[in-house]
Write a protein that binds this ligand. Structure first.
Ligand code: 5AD
Ligand code: SF4
Length: 429
């Protein structure tokens, strides 16, 4: 989401007559997009800002965008006085006006008060940084208020685009040569078509199917799904439309219903498993990935054991696991029973080791199968090509020098070996 926000900001600036350069040294205006989902990400921002200090003497202008900007607000001016712009993502539609103020010499411009907006950050022109995959935002903000999460406070309330504008952007991307689209939102399943005509409103699953049916589109992905709103119709859409990728990222956060309740996740372990069962009953094999948090306040050894047990029961294809990180303004800050960092680190290690072992075993199922990959790039050092399967797995493969595959195209690959996080193969010629 942040990568795509940066693409939209760059697109907006280019429209205003700015030119993008490669390095901070060359730039006159430096906008730094930031993430505050966990404390570590936030700390990086301040370290990087300290590095930028030296450039101020050269007359460069600095702005801080994104969630740290929204969260810290004008305090950033105190901590880093060489910053002239502080704006959260809900204010980006006003970026052109804010830049005019900066050019007029205003050295403290803010965009922080727009979190109640109904407007999405729609731009006529988005600079695409990924050469083959095009991101399209369908919904911004989040109304879920999970107890640990800063997003509803930094990105503001949920607002969806019209399906018409999403589909128009997808068609435009096909015209530009993109064949893979990734639909983005903090919670894509909460998508509510804002089309004025009730007859034209599409559900998320209908929008997904409609994007997948656009001629020229080969792959559609979407992220992130919230289990509470994840409907069976999404699995039916994947079954019905070949272009929808066989992959769903469905963050579980914990395998313990007690912890899920404390996290205000609005579902039980059983309800989560019901959604898994829908996916496992799909016509095509759907790869399932998840996010998990360890050490949430009050998480007992037995709650944690339930998370480990869930990993085994589901057989995820990847797990992104994090130590619980207390975040400003969130309800879980007030919870007692904090777990010390050493214990969080231990649980994280145990969880990752377990998942690695599960993946080591389960990725072997691909050996001997033929997968279509989107060719992403060449790894010269290893004399291999890097591909991605519909299951979102990295498949590194060799191809004859006489018939090198072209990045951005699709190639059939025979899988010959597997690692815990990737596959190896040979292009079928
Ligand atoms: N502490 C740790 N992990 C968090 N996440 C979100 N907020 C926190 C937090 N306060 C994780 C969740 C989410 C992912 C994007 O980041 O697992 O799904
Ligand atoms: Fe955060 Fe929960 Fe919203 Fe996801 S659904 S962005 S975890 S509040």
């Amino acid at each position: 989401m942040n990568v795509h926000d940066s693409e939209k900001v760059v697109g907006t600036l280019l429209q205003e007559g700015y030119r993008q350069v490669e390095t901070v040294e060359e730039a006159q205006l430096v906008l730094y997009n930031t993430c505050s989902i966990r404390d570590k990400a936030e700390q990086k921002v301040f370290n990087r800002l300290a590095d930028y200090k030296k450039y101020k003497k050269q007359g460069k202008t600095f702005g801080v965008l994104g969630c740290v900007a929204q969260q810290e607000g004008e305090k950033i001016f105190e901590r880093a006085p060489y910053v002239s712009l502080v704006a959260g993502s809900a204010s980006y539609t006003k970026l052109p006006e804010m830049l005019v103020q900066i050019e007029a010499g205003n050295s403290r411009v803010t965009g922080l008060d727009d979190r109640e907006t109904d407007a999405c950050f729609e731009t006529e022109f988005t600079a695409r940084t990924h050469p083959h995959r095009g991101y399209i935002t369908i919904i911004e903000g989040c109304d879920k208020f999970c107890a640990y999460c800063v997003v509803p406070y930094t990105r503001g309330k949920e607002r969806s685009r019209t399906s018409q504008s999403v589909l128009a952007e997808a068609r435009q991307m096909v015209d530009l040569g993109y064949t893979e689209i990734q639909l983005l939102g903090q919670n894509v399943n909460s998508y509510k078509d804002s089309a004025a005509d009730p007859g034209k409103k599409k559900s998320f699953a209908e929008l997904l199917a409609a994007v997948g049916e656009i001629p020229g589109i080969k792959r559609v992905r979407f992220t992130t799904s919230h289990p509470r709103d994840f409907g069976r119709d999404i699995v039916e859409a994947i079954d019905a439309v070949p272009a929808l990728c066989d992959h769903v990222h469905l963050p579980v956060q914990s395998g313990s219903t007690r912890v899920l309740d404390a996290m205000q996740r609005l579902y039980t372990r059983e309800q989560y498993m019901e959604r898994i069962a829908w996916m496992k009953a799909a016509k095509r094999e759907i790869s399932i990935t998840t996010d998990a948090i360890v050490g949430f306040p009050g998480e007992t050894e037995s709650d944690f054991a339930e998370t480990l047990d869930l990993l085994e029961e589901v057989g995820f294809d990847a797990v992104f696991a994090f130590k619980y990180s207390p975040r400003p303004n969130t309800p879980s800050l007030k919870l007692e029973d904090a777990i010390c960092d050493e214990e969080k680190a231990r649980r994280l290690d145990v969880l990752m080791a377990k998942q690695r072992e599960l993946q080591t075993r389960s990725y072997k199922r691909y050996i001997g199968t033929r997968c279509e990959v989107m060719v992403e790039a060449r790894n010269e050092a290893r004399a291999q090509w890097i591909g991605r399967t519909t299951h979102n797995k990295t498949l590194n493969f060799t191809a004859p020098d006489s018939a090198p595959p072209k990045p951005g195209t699709y190639a059939p690959v025979l899988v010959t070996a597997s690692f815990p996080n990737s596959l190896i193969g040979e292009m079928v010629v």
